[in-house]
Design a binder for this molecule. Structure first.
Ligand SMILES: C[S@@+](CC[C@H](N)C(=O)[O-])C[C@H]1O[C@@H](n2cnc3c(N)ncnc32)[C@H](O)[C@@H]1O
Length: 320
């Protein structure tokens, strides 16, 4: 019987976390269509375990093509297709190449120059999606890397990939950033990427994250942003680049101020770039609209709503 990783985190609120997990267990085992739809593909491949694992390159490689016969590979392909649309990647799973909407390796490359030493550390990835970055982190040998991901589709996509990969130090909780404070004083390094602009109260989210961090820990935040040097945020009337759940879209300077006012110190921007359809695009594994459809076709410097086209900014800070 594998031990619960919580036993390694003495400051976490064990009773509250276990009670949240209990609620989730009920949901995950239920006969609801929306659950079965993702649980079944997970179960269909749960007996397989990859021999080859390559987490050191841009493509997360789990298993090689010659490890399975044709029938088993078809089962894997069917299971993986059930998790479409794939937003984050690329992956290669037993020789099945998953070209996701986002070329997530680019984001990882931008933060590699400032990546804290993860060896032996307890790390959180908030909004971990299918776990692409958790697998990239695993290459740096953390003691534990825990993803927080409240959506069943992504949760089961990760469980499937990690069932195949068999990495005992990677986990995902079916929880959101609003619950991360239950992991009080737990994390040496936290990644909060693609989240703050989706929050009604970005400062409250950053404070919640700080509660989960150890003194001296490092927070890395990546955000959609508007261009400019003033510390301001755009608040769209309804949608921004067609996305409804977008609230405050900051400039880099604004994000720095948010982090400082949430209590982080030594806050600095370390990268920024305009978004492009090179990095986020429609593929065989994500067949819906993508970046190019979100921009004004007559003026690529504007979103379809007439707002400034998005940038992405990266900042880091220290929990004092
Ligand atoms: C824009 S994606 C960013 C994914 C990844 N972190 C990245 O940077 O590429 C936002 C992710 O956060 C997840 N999410 C949604 N609500 C959340 C919440 N309340 N707390 C944490 N994550 C959430 C989404 O399901 C999705 O996987």
């Amino acid at each position: 019987m594998p031990t619960d990783y919580l036993d390694q985190l003495p400051h976490a609120r064990h009773a509250a976390i276990r009670s949240r997990r209990e609620e989730n267990r009920g949901l995950l085992a239920s006969a609801q269509k929306g659950v079965v739809r993702f649980r079944e593909p997970f179960e269909s491949v749960a007996h397989l375990r990859a021999r080859a694992l390559d987490l050191g390159g841009d493509v997360v490689r789990i298993g090689a093509a010659d490890e399975l016969d044709t029938e088993a590979r078809q089962t894997v392909l069917r299971a993986l297709r059930a998790f479409m649309p794939w937003r984050k990647g690329p992956f290669a799973v037993f020789g099945v190449d998953i070209d996701a909407e986002w070329r997530s390796q680019r984001k990882w490359q931008r933060l590699l120059p400032v990546l804290p030493d993860l060896a032996g550390k307890v790390v959180a990835d908030i909004g971990s999606n299918n776990g692409y970055y958790l697998f990239r982190m695993a290459h740096h040998r953390p003691r534990l890397a825990i993803g927080f991901e409240p959506y069943l589709q992504h949760y089961f996509a990760f469980q499937t990939l990690n069932q195949l990969a068999g990495l005992a130090n990677l986990h995902t909780e079916l929880m959101g950033v609003e619950e991360v404070g239950l992991f009080a004083n737990c994390f040496d390094v936290v990644f909060l990427m693609g989240i703050v602009y989706h929050r009604v109260s970005p400062i409250d989210s950053l404070r919640e994250v700080r509660r989960a961090m150890r003194p001296g820990g490092t927070l890395i935040v990546e955000s959609q942003a508007i261009p400019g040097d003033e510390p301001v945020a755009l608040f769209p009337e309804k949608t921004y680049a067609k996305v409804p759940g977008t609230y405050f879209v900051p400039t880099g300077a604004c994000l720095v101020n948010w982090m400082k006012r949430a209590g982080f110190r030594e806050v600095e921007l370390f990268a920024s770039h305009p978004m492009s359809s090179e990095e986020q695009r429609r593929t065989d594994w994500m067949t819906f609209e993508s970046y190019a459809d979100f921009m004004d076709p007559a003026d690529p410097s504007r979103t379809v709503e007439g707002y400034p086209a998005p940038w992405r900014v990266f900042a880091r800070g220290r929990n004092p």
